[in-house]
Design a protein around this ligand. Structure first.
Ligand code: DCP
Ligand code: MG
Length: 389
């Protein structure tokens, strides 16, 4: 039986002003769930590796992703750098100017985001061979929950290795993976051996692994918190482990709560798969009411294109269109129409919006808002694209 505990803390800041903090210590949250199998996968020097793959003359060279200071007038920053460039001390977020000083032979390449997005989608396709339960954190990293997986494979390290191999074979890129029973440990593990590393932290090894971590490895410990930690002689996981929950909450607030759990190997947060939106729409309230058909149609044509582009970008399509009209007296109407086939271009979308518009009257009374939405969206995949024979 676990009992929750209510606490009140009286704190004094430097000016001697009293601050009250209160909360509930949830002992139930102190249960360590080791039943899940979580992988964190992170691509190695992602943007740089993609550029090197596209241009083999860059292999083995110090490649820096960012505009050359000569072109940017010295204002640019480094997005990332190949491991060869990192030997010179070049790293993400550093100014390009400084990078050039550290590494005069560095080859600057401007970022090509649409290419990286494409590659990212290809990586996700490989994930989906094993599970749909993956959570991208950025273009180059994601958590996967493979407790249940499409291939019924027991070993999560085997899955991680297979994914790394598929990415290498099919996309010619290397990645690093961390495997454990929660997100916190998997993420730290993926960074443990880079590039092309695979690190497994078992429930039995977790305690020793955590004790040796540097305090800056813990999520949420940024520059400021790090300073404060050092002031209190907390440098490692072991030092953190020695603190009580109240001490940590007193000094670090909410973060203290989470650190108290992390350092005990507890992180029960689930892997949250990106949910596909079921509808995408846009609307606008006008500064001056619309009173003429032509004005309304001009706007609806524009907004239809915007909505279509947005659904396409999400790789979705749908058959149902909704038109929303709000009159100057705030009465609001929605009209919807479902087509037989998926709407495949802006023109088709506008045509259905146009036919819905025919049912709208009293335009001269003034319209203050118009909106277009596509609903009941499905992901575009090869099965539901109609083929012309
Ligand atoms: N990125 C960026 N600006 C930053 C950090 C990262 O534009 N300040 C971009 C470029 C990276 C990509 O995000 O290629 C992924 O970030 P990572 O932190 O995973 O760095 P890398 O993948 O480049 O290197 P590593 O091998 O250390 O993961
Ligand atoms: Mg990376």
């Amino acid at each position: 039986m676990f009992v929750d505990f209510f606490y009140i803390l009286y704190l004094f800041n430097q000016k001697g002003m009293r601050k009250i903090e209160y909360g509930i210590l949830k002992f139930k949250e102190l249960e360590r769930d080791t039943s899940r199998k979580i992988i964190h996968l992170d691509m190695d020097a992602f943007y740089a590796s993609v550029e090197i793959r596209e241009n083999p003359s860059l292999v083995g060279k110090p490649v820096i992703i960012g505009r050359h200071p000569r072109e940017s007038g010295g204002r640019g920053v480094v997005a990332t750098a190949s491991y060869e460039a990192r030997k010179y001390g070049v790293h993400s977020a550093m100014s390009s100017k400084e990078a050039l000083e550290l590494c005069p032979e560095g080859i600057f390449v401007s970022a090509n985001f649409s290419l990286y997005r494409e590659v990212s989608q290809e990586i996700h396709e490989i994930f989906r061979r094993y599970t749909d339960l993956y959570q991208p954190l950025s273009l180059d990293e994601a958590y996967l929950d493979v407790t249940q997986n499409k291939k019924n494979i027991e070993s999560s390290t085997f899955i991680a290795r297979s994914i790394q191999q598929a990415i290498f074979k099919e996309l010619k890129l290397t990645s690093s993976a961390g495997v454990s029973y929660n997100k916190f440990l998997a993420k730290i593990a993926s960074d443990y051996k880079k590039p092309a590393g695979l690190t497994y932290v078992s429930a039995n090894r977790a305690h020793d692994f955590i004790m040796k971590l540097s305090i800056s490895d813990f999520p949420g410990v940024g520059e400021k918190t790090l300073e404060k930690m050092h002031e209190q002689n907390i440098y490692t996981g072991k030092d953190l482990y020695g603190k009580t929950e109240l001490e940590l909450v007193e000094n670090f607030g909410k973060l203290g709560h989470s650190l108290f759990r992390r350092v005990r190997g507890i992180d029960n947060s689930p892997v949250e798969a990106e949910r596909e939106p079921k509808s995408i729409g846009k609307e606008r309230t006008f500064q001056e009411n619309i009173t003429r058909d032509e004005e309304a149609l001009k706007f609806l044509s524009y907004i239809s294109t915007e909505v279509f582009k947005a659904t396409k970008k999400k790789e979705m399509h749908g058959k149902t269109v909704v038109l929303k009209v709000r009159y100057s007296d705030f009465t609001t109407y929605t009209r919807r129409k479902t087509m037989l086939n998926y709407i495949e271009n802006e023109k088709e979308l506008y045509n259905s919006v146009y036919s819905l518009w025919q049912e709208i009257d009293r335009v001269e009374e003034g319209i203050r808002l118009l909106g277009v939405t596509m609903t009941s969206l499905d992901p575009i995949d090869y099965e539901n694209i109609p083929l012309d024979f």
